[in-house]
Design a protein around this ligand. Structure first.
Ligand code: ADP
Ligand code: TRP
Length: 342
């Protein structure tokens, strides 16, 4: 069985890099399999950086509306919010008891993030354990992620192996699917497009704002008549991933032959983004205007996800030697309960 699973943190509204680098490729991979994929909004992970409850909720809806606007079919796949399946936190605890401290302490992402923070939480430290629980609880085996998540996937595999060695084979080791073909998109300042650099483009947001931000893309100061190098130019790199291939080739030739200015290239980039995203923006806005419909979809997904999570968790509980939850005991008659407790 090939079960695709991936999560996107609700730490902000997805930008062009997230759409083309994570969301679209995950939807394509999900649709290429016969088995439904598990796609979720990682709001519990977002809590490692976000402490504003209203913002967390707003981001969760924005991420949900984005996935749907980008073509995710919630009837075909299991689309849900991480926190609607509390079983994942319990599994994370069992897994954390098998996770060597140095493995987490040496994780690049933890070292990098904790270096820049005044206060480092235990949640940030155990982030990869919750991620392992996300994957293992749904018995997923194909995990599309960006290169930045490579080590987190290795940690998941190590934790799954430790569990199998300790308690017997329960988990299949998941396989990361890296999106080699998608390059890291630059932001308007030329660095990697990232929420944390404030250099993003938001194709599902206000088009006038998008236009203004495109106009701010940093370039060198070559005059219109000079030949230009397309491969070192941010405008061209972005155009290359949104425009149809013949149009990209045409722009490349214009750069190389000179007489084509960055202003014109920016106009062309705006038009190409509009052509690709205008109808998706409308869909995004329709979803955002109907939070009840979003809720209904997320909760229907969570119901399916929970059924699967509960199955795994009950096998894990029995493997580690923890009784089933008390809830089930309460249903017994007092007599059978007292007999069991003797
Ligand atoms: P940010 O850097 O804005 O905080 P995240 O780390 O939340 O973005 O990104 C989630 C996923 O989106 C990453 O795992 C990566 O696959 C993809 N992604 C993020 N930024 C880019 C980018 N500039 N180009 C391509 N893909 C990206
Ligand atoms: N850590 C991932 C990211 O920032 C998001 C995530 C959480 C995830 N749980 C996951 C990705 C499970 C894949 C599988 O991109």
């Amino acid at each position: 069985m090939r079960r695709v699973l991936t999560g996107i943190q609700s730490s902000g509204k997805p930008h062009l890099g997230n759409l083309l680098g994570a969301i679209l490729p995950a939807i394509e991979l999900a649709d290429s399999q016969t088995e439904p994929a598990y796609l979720f909004i990682a709001d519990l992970h977002a809590l490692t950086t976000l402490r504003d409850p209203a913002q967390l909720k707003a981001n969760t809806y924005a991420v949900a509306a984005t996935w749907l606007a980008m073509g995710l079919d919630p009837h075909r796949h299991v689309f849900f919010r991480q926190s609607d399946v509390p079983e994942v936190c319990e599994l994370a605890w069992y897994l954390s008891c098998l996770t060597p401290y140095p493995m987490l302490a040496n994780a690049h992402s933890f070292k990098e993030k904790s270096h820049n923070l005044a206060e480092v939480s235990a949640g940030l430290f155990t982030y990869p354990v919750l991620m392992a629980a996300d994957i293992l609880i749904y018995r997923a085996n194909l995990i599309p992620v960006g290169k930045d998540q490579k080590q987190h996937l290795e940690i998941t595999r190590d934790i799954a192996s430790a569990f199998n060695r300790t308690y017997g084979e329960l988990f299949e080791l998941p396989e990361p699917i890296f999106r080699e073909e998608v390059m890291i998109l630059p932001g308007i300042d030329g660095r990697k497009m990232s929420k944390s650099y404030g250099n993003t483009l938001d194709p599902l947001g206000d088009p006038q704002e998008l236009y203004k931000r495109i106009k701010r893309i940093v370039t060198d100061s070559k005059p219109v008549e000079a030949p230009k190098d397309p491969d070192s130019c941010t405008i061209f790199k972005l155009y290359a991933v949104v425009a149809p291939p013949p149009a990209v080739e045409d722009m490349r030739q214009r750069y190389l032959s000179g007489g084509y200015g960055y202003g014109a290239a920016k106009e062309a980039l705006f038009e190409a983004i509009e052509a690709k995203f205008a109808s998706r923006r409308e869909s995004y806005q329709r979803w955002m205007a109907d939070p009840e419909a979003l809720e209904a979809i997320l909760q229907a997904g969570a119901e399916k996800a929970r059924t699967e999570a509960q199955k795994t968790l009950s096998e894990v509980r029995s493997a580690v030697g923890v009784r089933p939850p008390l809830l089930r005991l309460r249903k017994r008659t007092p007599k059978s309960l007292s007999q069991r407790l003797k």
